[in-house]
Design a protein around this ligand. Structure first.
Ligand SMILES: Nc1nc2c(ncn2[C@@H]2O[C@H](COP(=O)(O)OP(=O)(O)OP(=O)(O)O)[C@@H](O)[C@H]2O)c(=O)[nH]1
Ligand SMILES: [Zn+2]
Length: 273
């Protein structure tokens, strides 16, 4: 059985289409579509599914839901990094003027370009090639009973509402299903997903989906604890506020098994400093 139960997120996941002014570029979308192979589970329909149209439809709907969240058809508007940097810098210079600064004063001369380079870094996840990132570091698992946890992977991301940083740690736990992955790859996956404009809920879901797509584990959970600068440095200005999200899925048909695995995750997670 290769169908994941519908997950329960700590906070409801709001998945939105990329804004309409981001168009699809075939080169980048083919690279990035490796994040969500839509056909992945189609070969896993049972005879029962194939003989009963209602069963089949309901299973197809589950599959569609599973792969809905990660939107990866993004496009950089220019082809070269230099061209992009110059275009962003041009607009940043205008913004400096709009806030009443003098972009020609010595301290600000290189600032638009510095900002452009920083912005491209904060959003480099749009162009990272996940296949290269994972680099075939998938190995046969020796036990499909034991849980693996990678705790406290730190990350920096940008909130899609204010372009303000949000940062914190991400922890991942999973029970394999024939395959394990090189441990560093979890941190690399977190890096790809966080270097985009995000909301925390979608960040967790994107990470979870990539793990499912590559490992098809029996159980997987992703927790994120983060501080949002848009809540501390501006807006409501509540220092020290942390947001915690959890997404979790499993192939277990019995919900109790999923609950037990989740308990095991939190016991282990809390016992390790
Ligand atoms: N769910 C969720 N909300 C976020 C995240 N990052 C920022 N936000 C929230 O997005 C909301 C945007 O609300 P708006 O009313 O449109 O924006 P705003 O007027 O700047 O809101 P304030 O921050 O309350 O000043 C705010 O409540 C932010 O706290 C996130 O990762 N997840
Ligand atoms: Zn924000």
């Amino acid at each position: 059985m290769n169908i994941y139960n519908t997950f329960d997120a700590t906070i409801a996941n709001e998945m939105k289409e990329p804004s309409s002014n981001i168009s699809v570029n075939s080169e980048s979308s083919s690279k990035l579509s490796t994040l969500t192979p839509l056909s992945k589970n189609v070969s896993n329909f049972s005879d029962e599914d194939l003989n009963d149209p209602n069963h089949l439809l309901s299973k197809m709907m589950q599959n569609i839901k599973l792969h809905e969240p990660a939107k990866n058809s993004y496009k950089r508007l220019s082809t070269t990094q230099d061209d992009l940097t110059n275009k962003i810098a041009y607009h940043m210079k205008e913004i400096l003027e709009l806030i009443g600064e003098d972009p020609s004063r010595e301290g600000l001369l290189d600032t638009p370009k510095r900002y452009a380079k920083a912005m491209l870094h904060y959003t480099k996840g749009y162009t990272d090639d996940l296949k290269e990132v994972i680099n075939n570091a998938l190995f046969e698992s020796e036990s499909d009973e034991d849980m693996i946890i990678v705790k406290n992977i730190n990350f920096h991301s940008s909130c899609e509402h204010h372009l303000a940083p949000f940062f914190g740690t991400c922890s991942i736990g999973y029970i394999p299903n024939g395959k394990i992955i090189g441990l560093s790859k979890f941190a690399r996956i977190v890096e790809v997903c966080s270097r985009r404009l995000q909301v925390q809920e979608r960040l967790g879901r994107d990470i979870l989906n990539i793990i499912i797509d590559n490992l098809n584990p029996k159980f997987v959970v992703v927790t994120i604890e983060a501080e949002h600068m848009c809540m501390t440095a501006r807006g409501v200005q509540k220092q020290g506020t942390k947001t915690i999200t959890k997404v979790c899925e499993s192939t277990f048909e019995d919900k109790r098994e999923k609950k037990e695995a989740l308990n095991e995750f939190f016991v282990l997670y809390n016992s390790m400093k």
